[in-house]
Structure formats: structure tokens, C-alpha cells
Ligand binder design. Structure first.
Ligand SMILES: NC(=O)c1ccc[n+]([C@@H]2O[C@H](COP(=O)([O-])OP(=O)(O)OC[C@H]3O[C@@H](n4cnc5c(N)ncnc54)[C@H](OP(=O)(O)O)[C@@H]3O)[C@@H](O)[C@H]2O)c1
Length: 391
């Protein structure tokens, strides 16, 4: 039987990698749903090639433009609420929208998905308790796709021993060799060029500021139910090892794969099947030269934010972090703030009394998270754009 597939964010980097894996064995799949924000040119191309039953175009103007001219044999929707109209159970969904906006579609699609592979880390950070409740209720199999979390998830398979420590590796991003002074005048086109990974703009900027690693530690804390104190970041510029898990039985395992997101995506699609993914041979010279370093806090101040999350579990404070960062990255991409301001302003916002109070509040539902997200983005925007006039 053909595997029924849904891709949230099919026009992005993860979405396209997923389609490229699927296209190698297209006869094994039925594409039920593809989605985009506003890239109608790309989704039209995908429609012609993959013939999805449904597509969702989130941006209203782009939706209207596309719907008017649509000659493809598929239904087009403008909202993720319409996912219920699929009426078929999806075998495999990948959640690959970028930023906070990935949370609602992820929550909407879980009831219709047998397996959900989540790349959108922001939703795992802000809405983990809501996601967890839904995957339990609808008996949906969950697979993390972020390479580090996919690695940890793989390393935990077949082990009964408890985890003593998890080490998450970081390439250090494009500015690993620069000091603060040299990072002063960095422009968006420099910050989106990651030395090891080919990714979307938002996550590339997050890697350059290293807030991506703060996200990943919180993400790992949620998914693997482990205290932040037992999670460590190791700088590993080769990005050959993605995660190291030390167990309480004395065994330590580490996972290596090519720096290509196709590896976690491929293995999440073909979990128990003997399929072959072409990959590079084991690189002995890299293995003989594995270099790991701890993070220099004075170079990447964003890591300090982790201290604010001590004893914080699935609260609304995580939404403050993700929302303020989403807004700051967007302002930087529009050249409205400077590179170093992203972290500086983020730390300032996280320390505001009205937001620190959120550490004690657990999100009850999506609307509560969404309302806070809008408020934090507005506040961040007004604080940063106003304060910039004085710079
Ligand atoms: N790329 C990686 O290697 C990687 C690795 C680990 C984790 N992740 C995570 O995976 C997620 C996707 O990353 P990416 O690099 O693939 O991002 P990306 O290339 O920017 O693609 C994002 C996708 O989401 C869609 N989208 C953006 N805003 C939307 C909105 N408001 N509503 C609906 N759809 C929207 C985009 O549509 P348009 O094309 O119209 O903009 C695009 O299809 C992120 O959360 C990221 O942190 C990525």
C-alpha cells in the first residue's frame, strides 16, 4: 500500500529535502498535502510533479492569486483548520514550517497523522505540553528531526539504562573564529551563510547567534525529559558527531552522519524498512581529529539565556524567548537592527519583569500561547525600533 504523506512547509529547505527523498521512490507514496506561506511558484512546480490531493497556502493574497489560476487537480485551502477536510489518515507527516507559526499547523495535523516527524523546533519549545497531550491522545508516533535530537532519539533505542548526560554538538556557526568586535558590522547575507549546513534563513541566523543551541537544549529537555543540568553544548566545528549520550551503565554512545538533513528525514520515513540512502564513506581523518570545545560565553552571550531557564518546565516563558527572537531575526533581516543587537535585545527582553513572571505559568491552550506571541512580538518591535532611533 502507498504511504500517505503530508509536508507542512514543502517549499522550504526541509520540505524540499523530504520531497527529494520521496521522488526517488515516488510509486511508494501518495502525496496528500503540501503547504507554503507564499511561494506559489514553487508549490505550483511541486503540484505538477507530485500531484498532491490538497495544498494549503497560508498568505491570503498568495492563496487568492493561486486559487484563481489553479489548473492542478488539487483542492486549495487558506487555513490549517481545513486539515480536517483530508478525511484520510496520513501515514507520515513532517512539520517543517519555520518559526513560531509552525505550532498551530502541527497541533492541527496530529489527530490525522499516524507518525509525525517534527523539524519545527519552535513548536517543540513553546507547545511541548500541548503536543505531548495530543500525540498520546491520538496515539501518534513522534520522531524529532533536528539532527541532534534525531541522533539522541536513535541512540536511546534498545537501551534500558538511564541517561547520565547528553552532549549536543554545535559547529560554532559562521563566526566561530571571530571575536565580538569583529562581529559588529555583520550583514544578513554573511550571517545566513552557514559553513556546514544548507538551511533556511531563520535557522541560519539562529546558528550564527548560537541561540539555536539554547533552543536545542530546551528542546532536548522537553523531548527526553532530562534536567537542563545534564545537557551540555560541545563546539565541534566539523559537525561530524551530532550527539553523545553517556548512560548510567558506563556506556557512552555517539552518532555520526553526513551534514545533510536527508539522513534524519530518510530514516524517519523508512523507520523499519531496509532502504538504502547513498552517503559518504567513514572519514577516518575526521575521526582521528575529532575536536570538541566548550562554548566561550563572552563570544556567544546568547548561551547565558539558559541560566534563566533553571527549574523552568514547559512554561509560557519559552514562548517569550521564541517570539522575541523571531521578531529580532526578522528586524535584522530587514536591516533594522544590527547583528549583535539580536542577542543584546533578546537578553534585555527576557529579563523584563513582566516576562520573567511567565516562568511560573504553564500554557493551557494554543490561544493563550498565540496571544502572548503577538504581544511579545509587538513589544519587541516597539522597544527595538524605538531604542534604535537613539543609537
Ligand atoms: N533546514 C535545516 O537544516 C533544519 C535543521 C533542523 C531543524 N530545522 C527546523 O525546521 C524548520 C524549517 O526550517 P527550514 O530551514 O526548512 O525553513 P525554510 O527554508 O525557511 O522553510 C520554511 C517553510 O515554512 C513555510 N512558512 C514560513 N512561514 C510560514 C507561515 N507563517 N505559515 C505557513 N508556512 C510558513 C515557508 O513557506 P515560503 O516558502 O512561502 O516562505 C517554507 O515552506 C524550522 O523550524 C527549523 O528550525 C531546520
Amino acid at each position: 500500500m502507498k504511504k500517505k504523506i503530508a509536508i507542512l512547509g514543502s517549499t522550504g529547505s526541509i520540505g524540499k529535502s523530504t520531497l527529494s527523498i520521496i521522488s526517488k521512490n515516488i510509486k511508494d507514496f501518495e502525496i496528500l498535502l503540501l503547504s507554503t506561506n507564499k511561494n506559489i511558484k514553487e508549490i505550483n512546480k511541486q503540484c505538477k510533479k507530485f500531484k498532491p490531493k490538497f495544498i494549503i497556502i497560508n498568505d491570503s493574497d498568495s492563496y487568492k492569486k493561486f486559487a484563481r489560476k489553479n489548473k492542478n487537480n488539487c483542492k486549495v485551502f487558506n487555513t490549517y483548520k481545513d486539515i480536517s477536510k483530508l478525511k484520510k489518515k496520513i501515514d507520515y507527516t513532517i512539520s517543517a514550517i519555520s518559526g513560531f507559526d509552525g505550532l498551530e499547523p502541527t497541533l492541527e495535523i496530529i489527530p490525522f497523522s499516524k507518525t509525525i516527524a517534527i523539524a519545527n523546533k519552535e513548536s517543540l519549545i513553546c507547545g511541548w505540553n500541548l503536543i505531548k497531550k495530543k500525540i498520546v491522545k491520538y496515539q501518534t508516533n513522534f520522531i524529532p528531526i533536528d539532527s541532534e535530537h534525531f541522533s539522541i532519539w536513535s541512540l536511546l533505542k534498545g537501551t534500558n539504562s538511564k541517561i547520565e548526560k547528553i552532549y549536543i554538538t554545535a559547529s560554532g556557526g559562521p563566526f566561530f573564529k571571530k571575536n565580538i568586535k569583529q562581529m559588529k558590522n555583520i550583514k544578513p547575507n554573511q550571517a545566513i551563510k552557514h559553513p556546514k549546513w544548507n538551511m533556511g534563513k531563520k535557522i541560519s541566523i539562529d546558528s550564527a547567534t548560537m541561540i539555536n543551541k539554547v533552543f536545542e537544549l530546551i528542546e532536548a529537555k522537553n523531548i527526553f525529559d532530562i534536567d537542563l543540568r545534564n545537557l551540555k553544548i560541545l563546539i565541534h566545528p566539523d559537525s561530524y558527531v551530532h550527539a553523545i549520550v553517556k548512560f548510567q551503565n558506563g556506556i557512552t554512545k555517539l552518532l555520526i552522519h553526513d551534514t545533510d538533513m536527508k539522513v534524519p528525514i530518510f530514516n524517519s520515513i523508512y523507520q523499519n524498512e531496509k532502504k538504502i540512502l547513498k552517503s559518504n564513506s567513514l572519514d577516518i581523518s575526521k575521526l582521528n581529529n575529532l575536536k570538541f570545545e566548550t562554548v566561550k560565553m563572552n563570544q556567544f552571550q546568547s548561551i547565558k539565556i539558559l541560566k534563566l531557564f533553571k527549574n523552568v518546565n514547559n512554561s509560557l516563558y519559552e514562548t517569550v524567548l521564541v517570539s522575541a527572537n523571531d521578531e529580532l531575526v526578522s528586524l535584522f533581516l530587514q536591516n533594522k537592527i544590527r547583528f549583535l543587537d539580536i542577542t543584546k535585545k533578546l537578553i534585555m527582553i527576557m529579563n523584563l519583569k513582566e516576562f520573567k513572571k511567565m516562568r511560573q505559568r504553564k500554557p493551557k491552550n494554543f490561544d493563550e500561547i498565540s496571544k502572548l506571541n503577538k504581544y511579545v512580538r509587538l513589544k519587541t518591535h516597539s522597544l527595538c525600533v524605538r531604542s534604535n532611533r537613539n543609537v
